[in-house]
Write a protein that binds this ligand. Structure first.
Ligand code: 5AD
Ligand code: SF4
Length: 464
C-alpha cells in the first residue's frame, strides 16, 4: 500500500500557508511559474500555484514583475536541463536589482545530486530548491525563506502521496487528473524512476471524487496522468486495475471525455482495449510509446516487448476501435543503433501509420545504464536518421489529415486561434487540433463541425 501524507502533516502545511498569507497581508504580491517537461509537471505546478494563491499571491506572466519566481524542471533530456539553467542564469540581474525576489527551482532536476551541487555553487540567485517528493512541503519551505533563512534546499522525502492540496488549474475546459506517481520500469535510457521514485497509485475513491468535482466545475476533457497508467492499482492490494478504473470513472454522470497517458506496451492488454471500447466517455485515442522498431534495441532499452508484440497490440486496438487515433514516442540514436535497427523503426512507422509522433534524439542521462553503453553512430548519422524519420512521418500525417476532408465530427472547443478566418481552436475525440469558425461558438462546449480543409498540423472546420 502506498503511504499517504498524514492529515496532521498536511494540516501543518496549511498553517504555514496562513502564516505567509498574514505576512503578505494587504500587499499585492505576484508569482510567476514556468514549467518544463511533461503533463505530470504541469499538474504539479498547478498544485504549487494553488498553494501560492492561498498565500495571497496573484499570478503573473511577467517574470520581471514577480516577487516569487518558480521553475518546475525536467531532467528527461539534456536540452530541457540546459534551458532551465539558461533561464535561471538570465535572472541574476533581476535578483541584484531586487534582492527581495525569491527564485525557486523544483521538479526532476532538483532531485539529482549533480544539479543540486551546480545550483549551490554557481546559481546563488536560487534561494529555494525542492524535489518532486517535497512538493507538499512547499509552504513550510517558502516560510523559512521568507523569514530570513538564506537558502533552503529540500531534496529528501519518501515515495508518498499527498491528497487534498489546493489546485489552481489553467483556464479552459481541460484538466489533468493524476492517478499515480513514479515508475518501476527502469528503461535503460530513462531518468524518471530515479527522480520520481517507485510507482504508487492513488486510491480509486480519491480519483473518482476529484473527477466528480472536475465535472461539476464544468471541465469537459479530463486526462488521467501517470508515467505508466496501465500498471495502475498493482501496488494498492485491492482488486482493481486500470481497465476497472476506466469503467468506474466512465460511470460518473456528465458529458465529458476521458483521456489517459502514458501507456506502456508491456502492460497494455486486450482487456484494456475492451474497456476503452465499452466506455463511451473514454476518448478513442491511444498514446503508446514504442521507442524503437528493433528487438535488439528494445531488449537493450529494457522495454520488455518485441516489435511483433507491439504490432499485435495495435491490431487488436484497431479491431475493437476502428477509428482510434494513435500516437507514439520514438528515440533515435540509442547507443549501438545500427542502420538496420533504424530501418526497422522506419518500417514500423510506415506500417502502423500513426496520427502523431514525438521523436527524440537519444540524450545520455548520468546515472542510467545506457549512459555507459558503447555508442558507434556519429551525431551527424543520428541527425540524418532523425530527419529521415520526420520526413516519412510528415508524408503519413499529410495523408491521414487529408482523409478527414468533408467529415463531420464532434469537437470540444478549447480556446481562441491566431488566424482571423477560423477564430477558435478545438480538439477531435482523437485529440487532433482543429481551427473552427461559425456562429455562436463558445469555449468549453461540444459542437458538430464539418472539415473544410486540412494541413499538416491542423484541420479547419465549419460549425454546423
Ligand atoms: N533521451 C531521449 N529521449 C528520452 N525519453 C526518455 N528518456 C530519454 C532520453 N534519455 C523519451 C522517451 C519517452 C519520452 C517521454 O521521452 O521517448 O517516452
Ligand atoms: Fe521512463 Fe520507461 Fe518509466 Fe516511461 S516507462 S518513465 S520511459 S522508465
Amino acid at each position: 500500500m502506498p503511504v499517504t501524507v498524514s492529515d496532521e502533516q498536511l494540516q501543518s502545511q496549511f498553517t504555514y500557508i496562513d502564516a505567509i498569507a498574514s505576512m503578505n497581508g494587504g500587499k499585492k504580491l505576484r508569482a510567476y511559474t514556468h514549467t518544463f517537461g511533461c503533463q505530470q509537471n504541469e499538474a504539479d505546478t498547478e498544485r504549487i500555484r494553488g498553494m501560492l494563491r492561498e498565500m495571497g499571491y496573484e499570478m503573473t506572466d511577467d517574470v520581471n514583475n514577480a516577487d516569487f519566481i518558480l521553475f518546475n524542471t525536467c531532467a528527461v533530456r539534456e536540452h530541457a536541463e540546459d534551458r532551465a539553467f539558461g533561464n535561471i542564469g538570465s535572472l541574476s540581474h533581476l535578483k541584484k536589482r531586487r534582492p527581495e525576489v525569491v527564485i525557486a527551482l523544483c521538479g526532476c532536476m532538483a532531485q539529482q545530486e549533480k544539479n543540486v551541487e551546480k545550483i549551490k555553487k554557481s546559481y546563488p540567485q536560487v534561494s529555494l530548491l525542492f524535489g518532486t517528493h517535497a512538493l507538499w512541503r512547499f509552504p513550510s519551505l517558502l516560510y523559512r525563506v521568507l523569514t530570513g533563512e538564506k537558502r533552503v534546499f529540500d531534496i529528501g522525502g519518501e515515495d508518498d502521496i499527498a491528497e487534498g492540496l489546493p489546485v489552481l488549474r489553467a483556464q479552459g475546459p481541460k484538466a489533468w487528473l493524476s492517478i499515480m506517481y513514479g515508475c518501476n520500469n527502469f528503461c535503460t535510457y530513462c531518468i524518471v524512476p530515479y527522480v520520481r521514485g517507485r510507482e504508487r497509485s492513488r486510491r480509486p475513491e480519491e480519483i473518482e471524487k476529484e473527477l466528480r468535482e472536475l465535472v461539476a466545475a464544468g471541465y469537459k476533457e479530463i486526462t488521467l496522468l501517470g508515467q505508466n497508467v496501465n500498471s495502475y492499482g498493482k501496488d494498492l492490494g485491492l482488486d482493481i486495475d486500470f481497465a476497472d478504473l476506466l469503467q468506474r470513472l466512465n460511470a460518473v454522470p456528465g458529458d465529458f471525455w476521458l483521456r489517459f497517458m502514458t501507456s506502456h506496451p508491456k502492460d497494455a492488454s486486450p482487456r484494456l482495449f475492451d474497456a476503452m471500447a465499452e466506455c463511451d466517455k473514454v476518448a478513442k485515442q491511444l498514446h503508446l510509446p514504442f521507442q524503437s522498431g528493433s528487438d535488439e534495441i528494445l531488449r537493450r532499452m529494457n522495454r520488455r516487448y518485441t516489435a511483433a508484440e507491439y504490432r499485435a497490440l495495435i491490431a487488436d486496438a484497431r479491431v475493437k476501435m476502428p477509428d482510434i487515433t494513435l500516437s507514439s514516442d520514438i528515440i533515435v540514436g540509442f547507443p549501438g543503433e545500427t542502420e538496420q535497427d533504424f530501418e526497422q523503426t522506419l518500417q514500423l512507422v510506415e506500417d502502423i501509420q500513426f496520427d502523431l509522433l514525438f521523436t527524440f534524439l537519444y540524450s545520455p542521462r548520468t546515472g542510467t545504464p545506457a549512459a555507459s553503453y558503447e555508442d558507434n553512430a556519429t551525431p551527424q548519422e543520428k541527425q540524418n536518421r532523425f530527419e529521415r524519420l520526420l520526413k516519412v512521418q510528415d508524408d503519413i500525417v499529410a495523408k491521414r489529415q487529408a482523409a478527414y476532408q468533408g467529415k463531420t465530427l464532434r469537437l470540444l472547443v478549447d480556446g481562441t486561434a491566431k488566424g482571423p478566418d477560423y477564430p477558435y481552436t478545438a480538439r477531435t475525440e482523437g485529440n487532433l487540433l482543429v481551427c473552427v469558425r461559425g456562429e455562436g461558438i463558445e469555449i468549453g462546449s461540444f459542437i458538430e463541425a464539418t472539415i473544410e480543409k486540412t494541413s499538416l498540423r491542423c484541420l479547419f472546420a465549419q460549425k454546423r
